[in-house]
Each structure stands twice: as C-alpha cells, then as structure tokens.
Design a protein around this ligand. Sequence first.
Ligand code: GAL
Length: 351
Amino acid sequence: MKLETKVFGLEDVFCYSFINEKGEVFSATNLGARIVSWKVLDKNQRLIETVLGMDSATEYLEKDPYIGATIGRVAGRIANGHYTYDNQTVQLTQNEQGNTLHGGPHSFEEAVWEAEATVENGMGKIVFHLFSPAGENGFPGDLNVKVTYTISEDMTWQIDYEAKTNETTLFNPTNHVYFNLNGHYEQTIDNHLLYVNADRYVPLLANNLPIGKKQSVVGTAFDVRDEAGTRLEDVFSLTDEQVLAVGGYDHPFVLNQPSLKIPQASIKSLETGLTLSVYTDAASIVIFTLNLGDKTIMMREQEVKHHSGITFETQALPDAINQEDFGNIVLKPNDVFRSTTIYRWHEKNPH
Ligand code: GAL
C-alpha cells in the first residue's frame, strides 16, 4: 500500500490516495472528511470508479457539498430545527423548509478538517479532526470530533467515529457516499441488486420528515430482504406511494441486528458484477437514491442524473430527538461517542 498526497484546489485542502499492490485506489480529502474516489478491479480486470465524486474542492462547494462527506452534527432532518431536552429548549439554524438538515448550513461537509494520513503495516489510515464550537448552528457544547478512515490491502474501508463534548448536546454523524458500481454515472443504479437486513422502515411525510413510526416492509417497495438481491428497477416500478412521493428511496431502514460481523446491506451491479456490503453498529441506514428528477450535475465529464447513485447513510434514526422510540442521540460530558461502519468488496454474494 502506498500513499500519494496532492493539493486539491483550496488552501490547506489535500487529496490523499491509497494505492494497493493491484493498483486499486481509495482517495479522500480533508474538505468535509470526504471520500473522493474508490477504484477497484472488476472480474475482467478493469479499474472501475465506484463512487460519485469530483476533481477539486471548489467543485464540491459549487455543485453539491454533501457528496461523499462526513455529515454532522446530526444527520437527516430535525423538525423545525427545534428540540427540548432536560427542560432546555434549543433552536437550531434552519436550512431546509424550516427544518435543520444535516447539521444546518455550512456544517461538517464544508469544514476543512485537520488530517493525518499514514501507511502502517500495509494499512492506509487517515485521522480527521474537527473542533465544532458551542453555538455552531445553535448546537450547545464544544464538540471534538475524530473520524478515522482505515483502508486495508483488499480495499475494505472502515470508518470509526468518536466525539466528546463539554455540555449536553446531540450527535448523530454519517457519511454521504454515493455508490454507482457500473463504472459510469450515466448508467443508473436501477440495474443494481439491493439487499437490506431490515424488517421495518420509516415512511416519510410530504416534507421528508419521518412520520415517527417504524412500519413493516411486508407488501411494500421496502421489502428488500431477499439475500439474492432485488433489482432496483423492479422496486421503482411498483406503485408504492412512498416511492412515488420522492421518486425513489429517501428512507430510513431499521436494521434487525446491527453488527460489524454480518452484512446489513449489499448491492451488486449487473453490469460489472461488483458487489459491496455494508456492516455497521448503527441502528439504521438511510438509503437515498439521488432522486434528482430532471436536474443533472456534471461530474468527471459525465452527466449525473436521477438515480445515478445510492447512499447507505448509517446512523441513528432521523429526528430521533423529537420522536418516541427512535433511539438516543444525546451526548453528555464524560461520555465518548463511538460508532463504526465498514464497506467491503466481495467476489460473490456475501450471504
Ligand atoms: C439525504 C436526504 C435527501 C437529500 C440529500 C442531500 O440524506 O435524505 O433528502 O437532502 O441528503 O442531497
């Protein structure tokens, strides 16, 4: 494993690439503690770009700062940017239809993180640090965040989150990587086979906020529990109101048994055969299928369009602080937040 570091278009912003013996490459930048590129070999020995990404920091800021970024302090939407905890009422900065999305405006995804990249014992590692001061977007508490990416020789990507605060606050981070295992963005993820180990999901209200209830996937477009994988095209052609309302998935799946040992979700491209699985100790995965409608975004000289990518945002359920039974995202002084997510490649079906 070797490491190459390049400037990435803004002061103090770098792109770190880990290259294994086979020539596969994982790249990340300290703008948003973000994955930029992940190229792996398919069964025909072609190097395939598997994530959406761009070639400079400024492009991310201009086109879409969430792509591949670490999201915080709180992933997803907090209704009205408002919550009450322990008799304390907190009003956050709202940035989407009166709600607070992904930590509020100009949050972790736009920050220049401190970063240290190394190769030790054949493993690539980047340790990212961010200090988020009390009051940022209205959140109480000085927050120290550490995000570690570890890349092994077989191109497994592990993310470890750690955080500490000096005042009671909220913390529910995720990573906003979009996958497309076809090798080109114009071919959508509709030809991918999806599996998610979830008997329940959370339907959404018209403004994308969760309805506040976990519901059974049985008989819905969210039943993707077949280990052989369900073709996304078939899911999207169902007349499921929840899918029709947003043009795909933008929904939390409630994991049956979060674990770093068994795959919680997997996808396979029918074009390249590449198969990726997700392992996490988080309670849910929000799957967003880049429901752009008629909008397009140019990335790497290709047109990214409706369904050009799919996310696996591992996290506690969105709006947990305002809902019953959605999990605990409160972080207290003296507590250390820790969570891990792993993305791993497979030669064949991992089940
Ligand atoms: C997702 C969210 C989508 C959209 C996207 C950001 O996590 O659920 O509705 O806002 O982030 O482009």
